[in-house]
Design a protein around this ligand. Structure first.
Ligand SMILES: Cc1cc2nc3c(=O)[nH]c(=O)nc-3n(C[C@H](O)[C@H](O)[C@H](O)COP(=O)(O)O)c2cc1C
Length: 308
């Protein structure tokens, strides 16, 4: 049974995963937090919490609200910063079999370039995921991902400063996600993550105030699955690089939907909070589906629901 996927075929070093199930940024810490809860080496890859040049405290509390079928968060990129990531996390990652991809976020194009340069060649880092889609920060973040010119500038600046595979994470909060996808691929993206959270809010009616300290946040979880799936379906038909599906995936069947829509791999975020074993259950479920359907290679399933 061959579940392996290549997520950066255009890059010299490539980014080969033993299976297509990836821990989504911001929902799996730095990987180390979960090492004693599950066998993290069995995952396809781990994407770190979003890293910035300097450490960040994040936004005002409360930063999480549960909604009917999703989770609203406004964490605001709380993280330990670039230097601490290199010094205290990457040596551990270097000992792991599972590839670790670092999610990076800058407030300017220059900050993205600096992050790319500093992380290039650090043992234990297998790729970069560019967060040009964070809805919860006042500078940078989603601003870069909603404008194709800016998205191109960020991608090119990172490309110039690293040989690592580059995954660009797109926001769904745009009129035409395909336009942004095409733009960043032309600027050198090796693959795309589709999608980050959808901007939303919740109101405390007793207080007549927004619940989140930051007023609005990003919606994730089952509520966004059909929306994310359709974005993957559209983007996968428009670009020649691998697409990584993300948004509301909680079961093997969800993952298979994304793969059949054209995703080469998938990320799991919010579902890990409910059950940390979700990702390993998905790997098992995909394997079973392939066995039951007489398939030996995952590639044979990618995009099979795409009728053109
Ligand atoms: C608490 C929380 C923190 C997140 N932090 C980040 C982050 O730092 N960088 C990023 O690119 N995405 C971040 N995300 C978005 C997730 O990686 C993912 O794109 C999104 O939650 C949709 O997937 P899901 O429905 O499986 O959770 C975060 C999501 C949540 C719920």
């Amino acid at each position: 049974m061959n579940l392996s996927v290549q997520l950066a075929p255009r890059n010299k070093t490539g980014l080969e995963l033993s299976n297509p199930v990836i821990a989504a940024s911001g929902t799996f810490g730095y990987g180390t937090e979960y090492a004693e809860v599950l066998d993290i080496q069995k995952l396809g890859a781990i994407i770190s919490k979003g890293i910035t040049l300097q450490p960040r405290q994040g936004n005002a509390q409360p930063r999480l609200v549960e909604t009917a079928s999703g989770l609203l968060n406004s964490i605001g990129l709380e993280n330990i910063g670039m230097s601490a990531t290199i010094e205290s996390k990457s040596p551990l990652w270097a000992e792991w079999q599972v590839p670790v991809i670092v999610n990076i976020a800058g407030e300017s194009i220059d900050e993205f370039a600096q992050l790319a340069k500093a992380l290039d060649g650090v043992p234990g880092i297998s790729g970069l995921e560019l967060n040009i889609s964070c809805p919860n920060v006042s500078a940078g973040g989603m601003e870069f991902g909603t404008n194709s010119e800016m998205a191109v500038k960020v991608t090119s600046a990172v490309k110039k400063n690293t040989g690592l595979p580059i995954i660009v994470k797109l926001t769904p909060n745009v009129t035409d996600i395909v336009e942004i996808a095409r733009a960043v691929v032309s600027a050198g993206a090796d693959s795309l993550t589709v999608v980050n959270t959808f901007k939303g809010m919740a109101i405390d009616t007793a207080k007549r105030r927004p619940i989140l300290g930051n007023t609005a946040g990003g919606l994730s979880g089952p509520a966004i699955k059909p929306l994310a799936l359709y974005s993957v379906y559209k983007v996968a038909q428009a670009v020649q690089v691998p697409v990584i599906g993300c948004g509301g995936i909680a079961s093997a069947n969800d993952a298979l939907e994304f793969i059949m829509a054209g995703a080469s791999a998938i990320q799991v975020g919010t579902a890990t909070f409910a059950d940390p074993h979700t990702m390993l259950n998905i790997v098992e479920g995909i394997t079973q589906f392939m066995q039951q359907n007489g398939l030996s290679c995952l590639n044979d399933l990618i995009g099979t629901a795409n009728l053109g």
